[in-house]
Design a protein around this ligand. Structure first.
Ligand code: HPA
Ligand code: ZN
Length: 340
């Protein structure tokens, strides 16, 4: 039996606004004098039943409305880092959604300065190195994304990459080809959510139109054998989020999740939490529950942890050092037996 929280791992797909736990939503709402339409923490948690991505996004955007000040964003981030530390996270690449805050009148610098003051303490206080990825909301216009990119340029040393999230259906990556081109020319790496609810064609578009370094989710890629070949041959990482996929009904049950098939097909799959406050678990919970449902072995879990560092945006020497830590943790356990 493997203690998955002791396995060193990188988290590459987590939305900081999706780590906002109900208790903290109530605490910050009270401090800011923001009224909530739920009477209690329990009543809010009871609303966490989703029929698809949009039904989740409606609640996700409503809850983040209580975030108003730099302190709010700092406390949100510190709370995530504390939980991530307990889950064996050694490195985190964290998404944030500036347009969701700009639309509510919260300035870009309030958001990024709040996140940054927490992240600056992360290595020292939590033993977690971090990077930030700024996502564009794909259900807004390409013009709006371009204006957001302009706001980010002065903060480029704090932001490693741009990404694409929110409602995928009818919002293909190609809509943002020009923005992503400009982002790359300015020195940002690129990632994009694709193949979560959208078809394999959207994964092709993320690769060819946006020149991404990783695909976020990408689980629907398995529907297209030529795409699987392309992803495998280029060792294109996929940031898979199993509990999210079940909660948002991308996949009916964890036992039917394609993660094991992805690994068996030679894909560089990683396991991540997406919006852990909403989907029933942080990253280790995703590893443990998926391992149980799919009968993953200790060797599979070590591969996932190794992949998480390989797929990260850190330097080669740092990757090698983290991967050595994974090997050391793996040597302490049996590789072939079911892991949990
Ligand atoms: N998919 C798309 N957009 C999102 C998600 C997600 O799972 N979480 C937060 N924004
Ligand atoms: Zn996501």
């Amino acid at each position: 039996m493997i203690d998955v929280s002791a396995l060193p791992k990188a988290e590459l797909h987590v939305h900081i606004e999706g780590t906002f736990e109900p208790e903290q939503i109530f605490e910050i709402a009270a401090r800011n004098g923001v009224a909530l339409k739920y009477a209690s923490v329990e009543a809010l948690r009871d609303a966490y039943h989703f029929s698809d991505l949009q039904s989740f996004l409606d609640l996700y955007y409503a809850a983040m409305n209580v975030l108003r000040t730099e302190r709010d964003f700092e406390e949100l981030t510190l709370a995530y880092l504390r939980r991530a530390q307990a889950q064996g996270v050694k490195h985190a690449e964290i998404f944030f959604d500036p347009q969701a805050h700009l639309q509510r009148g919260i300035a870009f610098d309030v958001v990024i300065d709040g996140l940054w003051s927490a992240l600056q303490r992360s290595a020292r206080d939590f033993g977690i190195t971090t990077k930030l990825i700024m996502c564009f909301l794909r259900d807004l216009t390409a013009d709006s994304a371009m204006q957001t990119l302009d706001l980010a340029l002065p903060y480029q040393e704090r932001i490693v990459a741009v990404g694409l999230d929110s409602a995928e259906r009818d919002n293909p990556p190609s809509k943002f080809a020009e923005v992503f081109g400009r982002a790359r020319a300015s020195g940002f790496l690129t990632v994009a959510h694709a193949g979560e609810e959208g078809p394999p064609e959207y994964v092709w578009s993320a690769l060819d139109d946006l020149k991404v370094s990783r695909v976020d989710h990408g689980v629907r890629s398995l529907e297209d054998p030529r795409l699987v070949e392309r992803l495998r041959d280029t060792r294109m990482p996929l940031t898979v989020c199993p509990l999210s996929n079940v909660r948002l009904r991308v996949v009916p049950t964890l036992a039917e999740h394609p993660l094991k098939r992805m690994l068996d097909a030679g894909l560089v799959a990683t396991v991540n939490s997406d919006d852990p406050a909403y989907f029933g678990g942080y990253v280790s919970d995703n590893y443990a529950q998926t391992a149980q449902a799919l009968r993953l072995t200790g060797a599979d879990l070590a591969t996932l942890a190794r992949n998480s560092f390989e797929a990260s945006f850190i330097g080669a020497a740092e990757k090698a050092a983290f991967i050595a830590q994974v090997e050391a943790a793996g040597d302490a356990t049996s590789k072939e037996a079911p892991a949990v």
